[in-house]
Design a binder for this molecule. Sequence first.
Ligand code: FEO
Length: 168
Amino acid sequence: MLSDNMTIQLNKQLNREFYSSYLYLAMSAWCTHAGYKGAASWFIIQHEEERVHAFKIYNYLLGQGSKIELHDVKNPPIEYTSLLECFQNSLAHEQKMSHSLNELCDLSNQEKDHATYGFLQWFVQEQVEEESSVLDIVSKLKLISDGNGIFLLDSQLLQRQAGTQEVK
Ligand code: FEO
C-alpha cells in the first residue's frame, strides 16, 4: 500500500507524463508545418511512448489500491524558431523529468517503499536512453550548418521505429 504522500507524488508524475505526451504532439505538429517530416514522425513516436509511461503509472497506482487524480494538462509551446531549438527544448524537458524521477526514488527510499523503488527503476533507465538519444540529435544539429545537412538528418529521423530510441 502506498503512503498518501507517495500517491500524491505519483499522481503528479502521471500528469507530467501526460504533459510530455502533449508536448511531443505539439512539437510534431510544428515539425510538420515546418516541413521536417522525419522529425514529425520521431516526435509522434515519442508522444506515444510518453502515453505508455503515463499508463504504467496509472496501472501501478490502481494496482496498489490508490486513487487516480487527473489534473489539468497545461498547454505546451507550439512555436519554435528552429529544429535545433525544438530538440533543445525536448532535451531540457527530459532533464527535468529525470530530476523528478530521482526525487521520487529518494522519497521511496525515505519511506522504505521497496516496491515503488523497484517500479521506478524502469523509468530511470528509460530516462538515460531518452536523454542520450535527444542529446545526440542536438549535437548533430549543432554541427550542421546548411539545409542539406538538416535534410539528411531529418531523413534519418524518419527511420525511427516505435519502441526504440535508435537513429542511425
Ligand atoms: Fe516519460 Fe520522456 O519522460
